[in-house]
Design a binder for this molecule. Structure first.
Ligand SMILES: *Cc1c(COP(=O)(O)O)cnc(C)c1O
Length: 412
């Protein structure tokens, strides 16, 4: 069992939060984030302790990033050991840790992919997918990528241009051209959008930031079929859904499809910044000089990727995610039944779940009530709470979290 922090705090939580001054903390930073008035100084598993000494149950997990929870000894040791030997050498040289991380991910894909490219974030992984698609299309004058409304692919200009949320585009024109938007889960619209200039289709298997909306099986299978028929690349953004988050290593496995390539990041390094593209041989088309990134696949990030993969596949963390995903879904369904209409439905897969609320009950208000009661969750829509705990979450922690959410829904 992880132990509580040993550091003595003399202030009460109330005193500390009175002393907590977001203005002072924000004095030298950009104002581009809306932050809750709290800072954490330590974590263990699914628990976090604030600087005020208050304990929280973490069902945000750094936005689906901390797959092994906080302060996982396996990950910490792998990173410390690597840091003591070598952090970075650049891709001017071979990096054995990169080869091993690629081998493990390719193997984890069960034959779906043959090659990996490493970068540093989800946006960057999607940029690579866009370049892969355009390069392949360039031989036949095709460059257009069909993407979905309500999608999220990242904040860099290319990934932003592919993102189906006009609010994120505002003020940043002109964005790169060549993206065609269609309503999500509408196969007819997707087919109608494919034209002479189309080179690829890029979708999230579950729209995470958009509110945890899963694609239907007919939709993803139909999209794959259309891609084969029109010689397009079938690309999936698994930045949020990948690496065990949905109860399987990759979300595409739920759907019986095999994309040409996928983007990964978030949970891939368990909290260390790292992104990747996994691709079939034909989509691994970038040649020397055509793409790269200084930090991509450096030994530190690769040590983290390997440690996370080991924990998932060898220490039973993936099986835990599968089992606990079922438990969380079941508990949330029960909460919907008992909530007298405050909670309406549950969406998602595995440990990427959302609870839709009565629109009269603002989700940010519920998030705040959970926060006061020591549970971290976030509002992905004005009427939707997302739950994405670490993949090491236990049944006891799930019961506590759902109990707190129930109290928050019932509170006046
Ligand atoms: C978070 C996210 C991204 C962006 O990842 P960053 O690491 O923030 O660049 C892209 N796609 C999806 C599906 C995401 O959830």
């Amino acid at each position: 069992m992880p132990s509580a922090p040993t550091k003595e705090t003399t202030m009460t939580a109330a005193e500390a939060s009175a002393a907590f001054d977001p203005d002072a903390l924000g004095a030298y930073l950009f104002s581009n984030y809306r932050r809750a008035p709290v800072a954490f100084e330590r974590g263990s598993g699914c628990r976090l302790w604030s600087t005020a000494g208050k304990e929280y149950l973490d069902f945000v997990a750094g936005i689906a990033v901390c797959s092994l929870g906080h302060a996982d000894p396996r990950l910490a040791a792998a990173i410390a050991d690597q840091a003591a030997r070598l952090l970075h050498v650049s891709n001017l040289y071979w990096i054995p840790e990169q080869a091993e991380a690629a081998r493990r991910l390719v193997q984890a894909s069960g034959g779906a992919f043959q090659r990996a490219f490493f970068c540093n974030s989800g946006a960057e992984a999607n940029e690579a997918l866009i370049k892969i698609a355009r390069k392949r299309g360039s031989a036949s004058g095709r460059y257009e990528i069909v993407v979905a409304d309500n999608s999220f692919h990242g904040r860099t200009l290319g990934a932003l241009a592919a993102t189906g949320n006009p609010a994120y585009h505002r003020g940043f024109a002109p964005l790169p051209e060549g993206f065609r938007f269609v309503p999500f889960n509408d196969l007819g619209a997707l087919e109608a959008a494919i034209g002479e200039r189309t080179c690829a289709v890029l979708l999230e298997p579950i729209q995470g930031e958009g509110g945890v909306y899963p694609a239907t099986t007919e939709y993803l299978q139909g999209a794959e079929r259309l891609c084969r028929k029109h010689d397009l690349l079938f690309l999936l953004d698994e930045v949020q859904t990948g690496i065990g988050r949905t109860g399987l290593m990759f979300a595409f496995e739920h759907y019986g499809v095999t994309p040409h390539a996928i983007a990964l990041a978030k949970g891939l390094g368990g909290g260390v910044a790292v992104g990747a593209v996994l691709a079939q041989e034909e989509a691994a088309n970038l040649q020397p000089g055509e793409h790269g990134t200084t930090f991509g696949g450096n030994p530190l990030a690769m040590a983290a990727v390997i440690a996370v993969q080991k924990a998932l596949t060898e220490d039973g963390v993936l099986q835990n995610a599968t089992a606990m995903g079922r438990v969380l879904q079941q508990r949330l369904e029960a909460l919907v039944q008992s909530s007298r209409g405050a909670a309406i439905s549950v969406r998602g897969k595995g440990l990427l779940l959302a609870v839709a609320l009565d629109p009269a009950l603002p989700a940010p208000k519920v998030v705040e009530r959970c926060f006061e009661r020591g549970l971290l969750v976030n509002a992905v829509r004005p009427d939707t709470i997302r739950m994405a705990p670490p993949l090491v979450v236990t049944e006891g922690e799930i019961d506590r979290a759902v109990g707190i959410l129930g109290e928050a829904l019932a509170a006046e």
